[in-house]
Structure formats: C-alpha cells, structure tokens
Design a protein around this ligand. Sequence first.
Ligand code: MN3
Length: 226
Amino acid sequence: MKSFKSLFLFGMVFISVFAQAQFSQKPLPYSKESLEPYIDAATMDIHYNKHHAAYVTNLNKALEGKTDAPKTIEELLANVSKCSPAVRNNGGGHFNHELFWSILSAEKTAPSPKLEKAIIDAFGDVNAMKEAVNKAGLTQFGSGWSWLYVNSDGKLAVCSTPNQDNPLMDVCQCKGIPVLGIDVWEHAYYLKYQNKRADYLNNIWNIINWNQVSENYEMALRKINM
Ligand code: MN3
C-alpha cells in the first residue's frame, strides 16, 4: 500500500514536471458550405484542414520538450518575445484562426446594445467601424490581420498586424484584447476573390457572428478591469 502511494506521488510529480502544452483545433462550429456565397466551401476546407491544422501541428512541435512554456495560448502570446519565431508564428496562427472561425456565422445577428454603444462612442457609427477595419485590412501589406480590439483603457480600437501577430502579443504595436479579427492572408480569399481583397472585406460583414463578438467584448472588458 505504501509503495503504491509513493508510486502514485512519483507519477504526479513526473506528470507535473514533464507535462507540456498540447494544443488542438476546436471543430468548426458550422459546415464548411454554410458561409457561401461569401466564403466558399473549398476555401473553408483548405483553410481549416490544412492551414490552421499546420499551425497547430507546428506549434506543438515547437513546444516539444519546453516544459516551462506557458500552458495557455493567451499566456504564451503575452510572453511571445521570449519564444522562438516558430512559437510566435504558429501560436499566433492557432489563436487567430480559433477566433476567426468563432466570429463567423450564416445566421443573421446584430451587435448587443452595449457593444453598439461602444462602437458609436469610438467610431461614430457601426459603418464607420466597418470602414476602419476594412481600411486596416486593405492597407496591411502582404499577409496579416485586421482587428477590432479593446485597448488598455477599455476602449474599442482598430489596427492591423503582419503575419500571425495579434494584439495579445507583447511584441505587437497595438496592445489589447481582440474581439473580432479578419484574416487578410490570400489563402483566406484567393480561390473566390483572387486579388480583390476589398470585395472579400466588404462581403465578410454579411457573415459576422455578432453574438460572439458581443460576448468577446464583455469578456475583454472583464479582463481589462481585472
Ligand atoms: Mn488564415
């Protein structure tokens, strides 16, 4: 009995010392056809099953043996300046895509009254916010993301980031908590829109899951005020 107990304790210590973060993709919350005609099924399939999947595989590979690395993706990104470029690119890629899938939906939704008020306070009206997000996405040179995020003052703001960076990263110029992110890498739109990034950005507002964005806004406010 005693030896069983010590074996158990040894096992627990072994697990806690050698446990490392293993990240995985959440299933898509809708079928890959459901966002058509705005995002086609082939793009969704390749984007989720190839691009996003590769970020997760490569993130887990980059963290192999790094037992002292933060265990949550948010913590990892907040300390990404101490990590390898592979962790920055693939950790960002994983977080950004999980957010992206969750803020899209074929269902018609609208911003919560609280989010709408915050948008009006920051941008004047909802259309001006959309224009700001589109402009940030359109002027992002090469691959990157356009963000609506809550800054450290608890205000909504817009910025774009290159590659797979995001406002959670300690290396990012604009810091805060993203509530909505639009992927402007060509792999997100090229099959349907070819070089017309502006058309993709204009169309994506037809499939925004405002219920999720409103929830993200509430969660961001809670975190900022913590
Ligand atoms: Mn992508």
